[in-house]
Ligand binder design. Sequence first.
Ligand code: NAD
Length: 480
Amino acid sequence: MSEHHTTVAEVTIDTRHWIGGQRVASTHTFTDTSPIDGATLGEISRGTPREADAAVAAAKAAFPGWAATPRAERARILHAIADAVEKHLEELAIVETMDNGALLRSHRRGVMPRVAHNFRFFADWLLTLEHEDFTTRGHTNHVTWDPAGPCVLITPWNAPLMLATWKVAPALAAGNTVVLKPAEWSPLTASLLADIAAEAGLPAGVLNVVQGYGSEIGDALTSHPDVRRISFTGSVPTARHIAASAAANLTPLSLELGGKSPLLVFADADVDLAVDLAIEQYDNAGQVCLAAARLLVEEAVVEEFTRRFVAKAAQLRQGDPRDEATDIGPNIHPRQVEKIDGFVQRALASGARAVIGGHRGEGQHYAPTLLTDVRQDAEIVQEEVFGPVLTLQTFTTDDEAVRLANDTRFGLAATVATGDLERAGRVSAQLVAGTVWVNCFFVRDLKAPFGGSRHSGVGREGGTWSFDFYCDLKNTVTAA
Ligand code: NAD
């Protein structure tokens, strides 16, 4: 570890901001620790409003040049970034695992390939965007997708580089410049992304990466008058705060927030498939916004479902996320473990029963937990836990299933397990959710819209919807 660098799993990482193509240090730092063993990973520059101003100024200065860069050239550079991500895939995978505790095998085989794909996908999609022309009373209406300007992108720690690039790639493709602020619990791969983008030939100032706390540099970024878009993924309380800051400047916002999604298991479902879908909800130690944390199972199959679920859960291996055999790694931070346990203990104290788990594991692990005997209005049913904690409730009719499924303030996703596709269609039409999966989970086409209803978010991203958000659409009307 030198003053401005740290070495994590033999990868050297610059701990300063990346502003206007230069590394810039703050006067103060914050300590980044690993969820695996609590070890210090680095002392990271702790950004202030000064660095927020500098980063937005750099993005503003670089904007005209990048916006005027031909689409094909922008697409070429985004593909070069994807190539560089693939070249550095092993380093990115291990650093992300050390930093946020998610499984190395998922980072290697799922997450980092998806990071590269985010850049390729939006590079290619950019080239398919058509200018539209309409003619009215002899006047031509020529509609163009103009880049909006500097964008502030604020991201969480549960899938740091994947969620960051889900925003960075379309923002850059559209011709915008970017200031990215990753979460303070997982700052490292964003710093590597800055190096990768420079290696791929992205001009200075087009992508800026700043580090630090939300209440300090985050606040300064989201209230900055020169920012033209804010895209945020994170929690509802932070979203409220950011929306209030953005309101002062009327900055357009995209908010991807939390959830309390249901998995509906009907009696006609393939029970093994339904159990597999339920077990999948423990992925990333339950720290997945889309996780179906509420299992709603039809009364007629609840006994069989529970028996098979318990048998399958007993096979899950908790341990070091670097180990290929591990299924569930640690939770991100001691404070998160505290929060998860608080939810579980309050639920148990108010009459819930732990079918499995219900307690902490070693270090920052939490035992995979299934709670039953929970009331619909209980905190454990209504609030996002963001840990390996599921609840189990039963229903007897389709109407009751839909009523329970929709009865939270969220609306991010829902999963339906049934052997009857007509029922699936009927039920999914009534569910309040940005994404409904039928007999599957998590897969989706990046061309499709992604986002949440109610308190799960504002707006949609993905395919054309990302360009809708990151562009100012302009209609130029010409007299014949
Ligand atoms: P968080 O809201 O605490 O923090 C997210 C980011 O916001 C961090 O970078 C943080 O530094 C920043 N931030 C905090 N206060 C800020 C402020 N005042 N101004 C500007 N920025 C500020 O969320 P988290 O705990 O990091 O992430 C977990 C949450 O994210 C969960 O609720 C989860 O459901 C949600 N999430 C949603 C999606 C989705 O796509 N819908 C995906 C992943 C995670």
